[in-house]
Design a binder for this molecule. Structure first.
Ligand code: GLU
Length: 376
């Protein structure tokens, strides 16, 4: 089956520095960005949710601050990122405002995607922005990240974001037009590979070494991104983004490599919930709640009759029926103490019981795997 970008429902687009930044002048390439904004607006109008992961802060900031040595110290890089990021954000805002798209800046660190609580917060912020029709523009928070605890490249960051929000497509635009059996720059026999369905050791070995110079990506991080994306059921494409209208023209581009996963993001997530987590708590539910779960609904606090075990928000729990049979597993939206307080209560009482407005659902349907239930 040929892959098409317009079939994406939730798309993460990674923009490499070289496309967007005129490093020497410390400027944003506004014409290129204008074309991207038009493409994004068109996709959004057709119902695709779009999230951008944009590099370029350090490259633009270097020019702005006159830091032109090839190798910068960490504090200089961070200073460059601080100066460049605000310019970058402004450029995105201006370009997308022309299409009435609101842009929202999200700066994340490695811990935000790797540590559970912060992961959940980052995820719900992005989900909320998408629900409100805004377009998140994400970058690493380079000004506070230190060398040891940073991504350093937005390929892997973009893949983490795509997995985190269950995106179905990740597009990596840079100056690399796809995957080759060897480096086409040095090996005349290098063969182009249009589609990858399995990340075999042979494929992983095709990345070669990380590139020299400023660019932090190269094929190594792109294949690592592919591993994360495919594991989350998200297809990924690598394409050269130097010409304007990268998104509009992607489907007709002669060169690009698609990485195609076996299952859907939903299936990957459900599999992950079902198989790879050790539940530390149990909720017992009444018959009404059980029926709702089997019908594909979320689990509300009102239907929970008993809470056992110790768990945190986002942990996996087992759901049992009145007779003690396991009927479902899911990721709970509350820690055990809160879940105990909420059990048996209506969602509208949450604010009064907890002192803050938490989620209406004890376990959201997206975070739930119901055995013998209707899979929605
Ligand atoms: N976060 C870096 C920046 O905005 C880019 C990282 C990368 O090159 O992938 O400059």
């Amino acid at each position: 089956m040929t892959q098409s970008i317009s079939a994406s429902k939730r798309l993460v687009v990674k923009i490499g520095s070289a496309l967007l930044a005129d490093e020497r002048k410390g400027q944003v390439r506004t014409r290129w960005l204008g074309a991207l904004a038009r493409d994004v607006a068109q996709l959004k109008a057709r119902g695709t949710q779009v999230v951008l992961v944009s590099s370029g802060a350090v490259a633009i900031g270097r020019g702005l601050l006159g830091l032109d040595r090839p190798k910068l110290r960490l504090d200089e890089k961070q200073a460059a990122a601080a100066a460049g990021q605000i310019k970058l954000a402004h450029a995105y805002q201006a370009a997308l405002a022309r299409h009435d798209v609101s842009v929202a800046q999200v700066l994340v660190t490695l811990e935000d995607t790797e540590e559970r609580r912060r992961y959940l917060n980052a995820r719900s912020t992005i989900e909320t922005l998408l629900r409100l029709g805004a377009m998140p523009v994400i970058n690493e928070n380079d000004t506070v990240a230190t060398n040891e605890i940073r991504y350093g490249d937005n390929d892997r960051l973009a893949a983490r974001v795509a997995a985190m929000i269950s995106a179905d497509t990740l597009a990596l635009f840079s100056t690399i037009d796809g995957l080759y059996t060897a480096d086409p720059g040095s090996d005349p026999d290098a063969q182009f590979i249009p589609e990858v369905r399995k990340l075999t050791p042979q494929i992983m070995a095709m990345a070669g070494d990380a590139p020299p110079g400023y660019s932090s990506g190269g094929m190594v991080t792109k294949l690592e991104a592919a591993r994360v994306a495919l594991g989350a059921g998200c297809r990924m494409v690598i394409a050269d983004g130097r010409k304007a209208h990268v998104l509009r023209d992607l489907d007709k581009a002669a060169r690009k490599t698609w990485f195609v996963p076996e299952g859907s993001p939903r299936a990957a997530r459900k599999h992950w919930i079902e198989a790879s987590l050790k539940p530390t708590g149990t909720l017992t539910v009444d018959d009404g709640a059980l029926k709702a779960l089997r019908g594909g609904k979320s689990l509300l606090p009102a239907g929970v009759t008993k809470v056992e075990g110790r768990f945190d928000r986002g942990d996996a729990v087992i759901v049992r029926d009145r007779a003690g049979r396991e009927v479902a597993r899911g990721l709970i939206a509350y820690a055990d103490a809160e879940a105990r307080l909420l059990a048996g209560h209506k969602s509208r009482e949450i604010q009064e019981l907890l002192g803050y407005r938490g989620r209406d659902e004890m376990i959201h349907r997206d975070d739930l795997v119901v055995h013998d239930g209707k899979d929605t």
